[in-house]
Ligand binder design. Sequence first.
Ligand SMILES: [Zn+2]
Length: 429
Amino acid sequence: MLKTLATTLILGLPGTLIAGGPLVLEGSNGQVPATYANPEIIFNFETGALGPRDNDTADQLVRDALAIWNIIDTSTINITQGTDVPVDIDETNFTSYIPVPDSSTVHNDDDGLNPIVYDDDGGIIDEFFGIGQGTGPDATVVGFAASSILIGSCFFTEGFAVVNGNSDLRINDTDLTLIVAHEIGHYLGLDHSQTDIDNTELFIQRCPAFDDDDYPLMYPYACRSSQNTHADDNVALSTLYPTDDFFQQQGQLMGTFVTTEGVAVRGANLWVENIQTGEIYSIVSDYLKQFNGFFNLMLPPGSYILHANSINIEFFGGSSVGPYANTPFDVSFLPPASSIGADLVFNADGSVPEIINLEAGMSVEIVFRTDGSGSVTTSDTQIDLAQIYNSADACNATAGGGGGGTPSLPLLAALLCIPAYRLYTKHRI
Ligand SMILES: [Zn+2]
C-alpha cells in the first residue's frame, strides 16, 4: 500500500493556531475550538477532470470521502454535494474561487462556495507550494484543504479543498479517498492525532503497526487502509459537532497533566484504552492553551487505562499533533513534555494501572503526575465544555452573538486568514 506523509503549511496571521483535537483555537480568548456554526455543509464540486479520472469518477471519490464523516451518528456533521461550480477550475481561474497564494486580501471565502477543486496536473498546487510540488514526476503534494475564520471569531466562514490529479502520483482510488477524507477532517477543524501509536515510529518505517486500521484517519501519516474512521476520529468529530445527546451518553474524562512539582505539562500526548473494547482515544495536554495541562475526552462508558507519552519528534510543522509542535524546538519537544518517554501509565497511588470507570453523564477528574501518580475524583455530573472554553463570552465578544456579525470591509480584510493548509507528500516507493 502506498504510504504518504502528511504535512502542514501554516499560512495566515498571528493568532491562528494548531491544537490537539481541535485544529484551530479562536474566540476572543483564543481558547475556543473553531467549528462551522452550521453542521450542514454544502460543497461545490467543479466540472473538470481529475487527471486520468473523469469528472464523474472524481465526484464519486469525493462523495465517498464525505460519507466517511457523514456516517458518524454521534455527530451532526452532514456534508452534501451542492450546485457545481460551473467551470473547470484550473491555473487560469482558480484565483476567482479559492484564496490567492501569498495574498493577504483575496480569499474568496465569502462567496457562498466551498469549492472542491480538481487540480488536473498539479499546477494549482505548484502555485501554492512551489514548482514541482504538484506537477511532474517528483510531485509530493496530493492535496490540501483549509477553512477561513475571522480572528477572534469562534466559527469558520468557508473553506475549500484541492485534490491533485497528477497521474505521476500513482495513488489508487482507495488511498486517495482516505487522503481526501483526512483533508476534509482538517476542513472541519480536526487536528492530527497520535493515539497509542509508537511515538518513535519514523516515516521511513512506513506505518509498521500490526494493523493499518490501528491508525486513526487523522494520524499524520496516511497509514489507514479501511475507508472508515477510527474510534478516536469519531470522538474528536463528535466533540466538535455533537448530537443533542452525545455528551450525556458519554463519560467525561478530564483533568490536568503536571510534573511532580505541580508544573503544567503542555504538549504531551495522553491516550486511553478501553479495556473492554480495546478502543483507543487521545488528546494533547493543555490542548486549549490554558497553561494548566488541561485535558478532556468525551468517551463511551467503560473502563479505561490512561497513558501518556511524548509527541513523536517527526510530528512538527505540517505533521504537528497539538498546539505546541509548530517547530522541532517547540514546547512539545522540550522537557517536561519530551521527557515522558514511550509509555507512562497512570497508576494513581498504586503500582498497577488505575482502572478508570466512566459512566454515561458522569465525569472523572484526574490529576496525572509525571511519575504516574495522581488523584481521581468522580462526579455524577459533567462540566459543560462551553464553560471550559468560556465560549459564551469568548464568542459573543467578537462575533455579534454567535458568529453573525458583519465586520466592516477594512476589518474584514485585516482579519480574514487561512488557518492552515494540510498537504500530503508522497513517499516515493
Ligand atoms: Zn493532515
